[in-house]
Design a protein around this ligand. Structure first.
Ligand code: NAD
Ligand code: LMR
Length: 340
């Protein structure tokens, strides 16, 4: 019992090695789901979070009651759709994470989720634009390449759009890249930093192995690794066999991104995460959103980094990415224009 408690405390210290320096309310929309529950658990363990607000169309208060017994200082409140629950959940939030929406089943692409998830994200974005217009919005719901432009169009229509505060969470691609390369190279994944750029689906996911510790990886080994990073989500969808997609690894990735934003907001310098944001990098080609390394700060996305040197192979990956990404972004924009 003592050993278990000791190792739990050690986990908390290692995972979130800081004490809270200011009050930060974090809201999770879709908190009752496969991602929402473990994500909320990790946020409850984060001492930087002072208030955790959990909303779902079903189950928010139950998850909140359960988490509220964990002996960390943050308050946890659950909300249902009734009695202005969503607005109360969002009020004064510094970060809003959105994992609401349906996941894939085998044989589906992320784009196949568009018809269901586009309106879910649009409606949640409308509520956030009204009740938490200055919060950082972290979109997890797929297809991220389209749901992020949906949020931006909703915010523009509401007159509160701040591109520095809107993020598509692509951290899971970075986490996977780090783990998969460590398996191939037999190294410690915590030392493996792989920049992943582009978007979050199939060929729009572009890992830059030439900028990693293993720039010399080539040939079939490189092709297999890149393919695994691009289609890692499919592995989980297939293994879950109809019961959904990645939830636990996504919860870890979402909690890591939220933690990075909180660290940066609380004054830490040099906090950099690849993430899908409104970006100048390919605007001249009509592509307004792109994931690349972004330096975070008190104002959200402070600096969008250049892609840096890439080899011929990676340039071809980028070219293929841009074709799909442009269509995915336009689909999100068109949806809000046709269904405001
Ligand atoms: P899930 O079905 O287990 O949970 C979704 C939750 O959303 C449910 O609790 C549901 O009640 C809730 N919900 C539905 N409509 C809602 C609304 N209007 N308001 C509030 N809550 C609502 O699904 P999941 O496995 O948690 O996946 C959620 C989404 O995240 C999916 O779209 C999935 O594709 C996506 N995802 C993204 C990444 C990424 O890397 N960005 C990774 C994994 C999954
Ligand atoms: C993932 O990358 O695991 C998520 O986008 C979920 C999915 O549909 O694969």
């Amino acid at each position: 019992m003592f050993a278990a408690r000791q190792s739990f405390n050690l986990f908390q210290k290692r995972a979130f090695s800081a004490s809270a320096s200011q009050a930060s309310k974090v809201a999770v929309l879709g908190a009752g789901g496969g991602i929402g529950q473990p994500l909320s658990l990790l946020l409850k363990l984060n001492p930087r979070v002072s208030d955790l607000a959990l909303y779902d169309i079903r189950g928010g208060p139950g998850v909140a009651a359960d988490l509220s017994h964990i002996n960390t200082n943050s308050s946890v409140t659950g909300y249902n759709p009734d009695a202005a629950g969503l607005d109360s959940c969002l009020k004064d939030a510094e970060i809003v994470l959105i994992p609401a929406g349906v996941p894939r089943k085998p044989g589906m692409t992320r784009d196949d989720l568009f018809n269901t998830n586009a309106s879910i994200v649009r409606d949640l974005a409308k509520a956030a634009a009204k009740s938490a217009p200055n919060a950082n919005i972290l979109v997890i719901s797929n297809p991220v390449n389209s749901t992020v432009p949906i949020v931006s169009e909703v915010y523009k229509a509401a007159g509160v759009y701040n591109p520095k505060r809107l993020f598509g969470v692509t951290t899971l691609d970075v986490v996977r890249a780090s783990r998969f390369i460590s398996q191939v190279q037999n190294t410690d994944p915590s030392n493996e930093k792989v920049t992943v750029i582009g978007g979050h689906s199939g060929v729009t996911i572009v890992p830059l192995l030439s900028q990693s510790n293993h720039a010399s990886i080539a040939g079939e080994a490189r092709d297999a690794l890149v393919n695994r990073i691009q289609f890692g989500g499919d592995e989980v969808v297939k293994a879950k066999d109809g019961a959904g997609s990645a939830t636990l690894s996504m919860a870890m990735a979402g909690a890591r991104f939220a933690e990075s934003l909180l660290r940066a907001a609380q004054g830490e310098k040099g906090v950099i995460e690849p993430t899908f944001v409104e970006s100048p990098l390919f605007k001249d080609q009509g592509i307004d959103f792109f994931a690349s390394k972004v330096e975070l700060g008190p104002n959200g996305a402070e600096k969008i980094h250049e892609i840096g040197p890439v080899n011929e192979y990676e340039q071809k990956l980028i070219d293929a990415c841009l074709v799909d990404l442009k269509k995915n972004i336009q689909k999100g924009v068109d949806f809000v224009k046709a269904n405001p």
